[in-house]
Design a protein around this ligand. Sequence first.
Ligand SMILES: [Zn+2]
Ligand SMILES: [Zn+2]
Length: 442
Amino acid sequence: MNFKIHRGTQEIGGSCVEVWTHATRIVIDIGMPLMHPDGSEFDISTFQPLTKENLLNKGVLPNIPGLYKSAKKPVDGVLISHYHKDHYGLGEYVSDNIKFYLGKATHQILEINNLFTSQNLELKNHQWFAHEKSFNIGDIQITPFLTDHSAFDAYAFLIEAPFGSAQGAKSKRIFYSGDFRGHGAKHKLFKWFTYHPPKHIDYLLMEGTTLGRKDTTQKTEEELGQELTGLFRQKDRINLVYCSGQNIDRIVRVYCACVQAGKTLVVDVYVAHILKVLSEHAGIPYPSKEFVNVRVMFPWALSDRLIKGGNENVVYQFTKYKITRDEIGKNPADYVLIVRPSLLRDLKKIRGMENGNFIYSLWKGYLNKPGSTKDFVEYFTNHGFTLHHLHTSGHADLPTLKRMVSAIKPKVLIPIHTLNGSDYKNHFDVQVRELSDGEIVN
Ligand SMILES: [Zn+2]
Ligand SMILES: [Zn+2]
C-alpha cells in the first residue's frame, strides 16, 4: 500500500489523500482550500476559466490521474469524511462515473446545499457507509468511525490493505483522523474510541488544527450552553446568535438554553429544513408539534428563490410554524434568533431590533477580516447590541490530541490539517514524520 497527501501537510483545509495498492486506488476527501498562499480567504472564482484543465494547471485540483474524466484506469472511489467544504468542496469536478462513499446525513447536507446555495454537486454514483461497518473498495478495506466534530456526521477512517502479493499476507493499516474533538455532543463516543481503538496502526494521519493557537484547552459545548442560558435569562433583551446553520451541536445548545430561559427559538427556513432533515438521525428539535417553541422566519429573497425554483414544498412545509416580523417586534425579548449576514435585510425590518445581545458563535478570526461577517456584526453593535463571543472549537485541543495518539500508539504519526506540523514532535511521544504535499509513502 502507498499513500500521498496531496494537500494538508502544512495547511488547514483543502484536505486530499490518495491511497493505492497495485490493484486499487482511492481518494480520501477532495477538499476546497480555505486560504490562498498569501493568507487571504480562498475564492475559486479567481481561477477563471473554472475548467478542470485550468484548475489542474493552477494546482487547485490535486493531480490525480483518472479522477476528473473518464480514464482507462479511473480512481476506484472517493471517501468523504464530512460535510465541511474543506473536505468535499472540489467534489463537483470529479468524474460522474466514480463512486462517492459518505455518511447518509453528509449526503443530505450536500443536497440541501444544492437547494439553498449556488453549489451544484449531484452525486450520480454513491454509497452510504455507517459507523464501524467495514466495506471494501477493491483490495482496500475501509472502516468508518463516527467522530465528535462540529459537523454532525463526521468520520475517521481505518484503511487496511494487503502488504505483499500473497493471499493472507499481513496487512498495513493507516488511520485517518478526519476532523475531530472530544468536547462536543459526541464526547462520550470519543472516550469510548480511546478505550477501544483500532490496533497495530502503522501510520496515523492526525489533524492538528488548534496547535499553535493560544487557548490550549477548549470549553465543552455543555459549558457553552450554560453561558447561553445565563444571557438568555436577562429580561428585556432580544438575543441574536450568529452561528453556522449546519453546526447542529451548537443549535441544539441554543435550543436547550431557550427552554431553560423560557424563550422561543426563531430559525429561518434554511436552518428549519436542515433540522427537520437531520432529525431522522437523532433527537434534534425542529419546527413541529413536538417542539412548539421553535418558529420559522421566511426571508423574502430566499423564499422567492425556492418557490421560483419549483421547491415551494420546502417553504410551505413550515407555514404552520411561521412567525411574522410584527410578532417578534411586539415582544422582542421573548425571542432568540439564529442569524447570518444574508438575513440582514429582513432583520432590519423588525421593530425593536436594538439594545439586545449579539452572540457571535464562530471562530474569532473571521471578525478581524474585512467582509460581510464584520459588517454584519458592526451593524448590530452600532444599534446598541452588546457583543458576546461564545464559541468553542470544532477541533481537538492539545490534551485531546494527546489522548488520541496514546490510544492508537501508531508506529508513525503524520501531521495533516495543521499549520504547525513541526510542533508534533514536541507534543507526542511517538515517531513523527513530517511530509510535504505530494510526497509518496510506500
Ligand atoms: Zn470539519
Ligand atoms: Zn477540516
